[in-house]
Design a protein around this ligand. Structure first.
Ligand code: HEM
Length: 128
């Protein structure tokens, strides 16, 4: 589990704010992802994701104070996450990470995590 050193090294809360803002700009225009989001306003979803990421990467634990245990697979169960959705999500995240352009070793650590986490969230197997 990442420590506060990682959080500070990548630029703290401001970095996660920029990352999720870039990511949700992509989601807003994504024809696969946008329909999955139940709310008209993506702002609250962006905020939950931002708080989760800053907690995961060693920052303030506000996410769990507000939302409890993350249980991310369970929280994604209402949404169909197949290979198409996973790939769309990762493409938007790759674009967002390119936009914030972290130093290579931090970029690699976070990207590795996102690839694994996105695989873990898949809950629907497409017909072959
Ligand atoms: C919530 C889609 C992967 C973290 C959501 C929501 C959707 C969604 C539709 C509900 C929006 C809301 O909060 O109102 C997807 C899809 C994924 C994916 C299609 C493709 C694989 C991930 C990954 C992470 C993540 C990899 C973490 C690294 C979260 C968090 C929430 C959330 C923290 C809010 C949970 C809460 O209610 O507290 N996601 N997601 N998601 N997602 Fe994802």
């Amino acid at each position: 589990q990442p420590s506060v050193d990682f959080y500070e090294a990548v630029g703290g809360g401001e970095t996660f704010r920029r990352l999720v803002a870039a990511f949700y700009r992509g989601v807003a225009e994504d024809q696969v992802l946008r329909p999955l989001y139940p709310e008209e306003d993506l702002g609250p979803a962006e905020e939950r994701f931002r708080l989760f990421l800053q907690q995961y990467w060693g920052g303030p634990r506000t996410y769990s104070e507000q939302r409890g245990h993350p249980r991310l697979r369970m929280r994604h169960a209402p949404f169909r996450v197949g290979i198409v959705e996973r790939d769309a999500w990762l493409r938007r995240m790759r674009d967002a990470m390119d936009e914030i352009a972290l130093p290579a070793e931090y970029d690699a650590a976070m990207w590795d995590y996102f690839v694994r986490a996105a695989d873990f969230m898949v809950n629907h197997v497409e017909d072959l």
